[in-house]
Design a protein around this ligand. Structure first.
Ligand code: G
Ligand code: G
Ligand code: MN
Ligand code: NA
Length: 250
């Protein structure tokens, strides 16, 4: 089991890094943005995935300083990209317990000079679970900064629809567990169609995650999905690779 001191030292030594995965427009197939994903480059073990250390960072509260670093780093990187290419940053529910979260986001924007509408914050439904009026208020305060708010992993939560009622999200990210069964499972296909329709009627952008095949992409296009992300278009990669992809765009 990983130890808090190891993660703390890794963070201090600069072993945490961000990988960037492209998000493309379905119609244009142009790059609209990138999702920033945390990586731990361990000196001995190599790349450790977030599933192995984000839970520890959450338990120990380290996710607060690490999350602040992620925000600063992602905004600074995105400020080098062609306008209006966006960056999406994942926020843990634990970061919502930090009274400094809104100030941290404001500072990351100010330091980088990134236009707020080019930053999207991804939250999962655990942020809206239970008696979380304070979290809904924080989401409104973040939105007031001018950033976009996305509901991540849509459909996997306890009651995804009620969360859409509790906060007016800009974006819904359809979980890859639905996307990767598109075509062969009629239920997943129906669910994806319904979510895209829901997004359209609420004026919310829909992003399909985990797109791996041209067949899945064709079906999402036929259903009217707005944006796509997945190995078919690009894996999470270092910042330098994201810059190369942007330069290659027509
Ligand atoms: O890259 P990978 O599929 O292993 O990412 C798995 C999950 O780790 C993501 O879906 C996301 O929820 C979480 N994650 C990745 N980067 C960050 C981050 O910067 N902050 C937080 N809180 N979670 C992250
Ligand atoms: O929970 P969140 O959606 O933030 O997680 C995103 C994670 O999904 C990233 O860590 C990334 O590694 C993973 N991912 C991105 N695209 C694909 C894909 O096409 N297939 C699979 N299996 N995983 C993907
Ligand atoms: Mn995400
Ligand atoms: Na997701």
């Amino acid at each position: 089991r990983r130890r808090e001191t190891d993660l703390h030292e890794a963070f201090a030594r600069g072993e945490l890094a961000l990988a960037y995965q492209p998000v493309l427009g379905v119609r244009s197939r142009a790059i609209l943005g990138f999702e920033a994903l945390l990586r731990w480059q361990h000196s001995v073990e190599g790349a450790i995935p977030p599933s192995d250390f984000v839970p520890l960072a959450e338990e120990t509260g380290l996710i607060v300083p690490i999350g602040a670093w992620v925000l600063r780093q992602a905004c600074a990187e995105a400020s080098l990209w062609a306008d209006p290419i966006r960056v999406a940053v994942n926020l843990s529910p634990v970061q919502f317990r930090d009274p400094g979260l809104v100030a941290t986001v404001r500072e990351a924007l100010a330091l980088s000079g990134l236009a707020p509408q080019r930053l999207e914050l991804e939250v999962t439904e655990s942020v809206l679970l239970a008696a979380s009026e304070a979290n809904v208020a924080t989401l409104h305060a973040l939105r007031q900064l001018g950033v976009r708010i996305a509901m991540d992993d849509f459909g996997t939560g306890y009651c995804s629809l009620s969360y859409l009622q509790r906060f007016p999200f800009d974006t819904i990210k359809i979980d890859r567990s639905f996307v990767n069964r598109l075509g062969d499972d009629p239920h997943s296909t129906a669910i994806v169609r319904a979510v895209i329709g829901l997004g359209a009627s609420l004026g919310i952008v829909t992003v399909a995650e985990g797109v791996e095949t041209e067949a899945q992409f064709a079906q999402l296009r036929a259903e009217g999905c707005g944006e796509v992300q997945g190995y078919l278009f690009g894996r999470p990669a270092p910042a330098a690779e994201a810059r190369r992809l942007i330069r290659r765009e027509p």
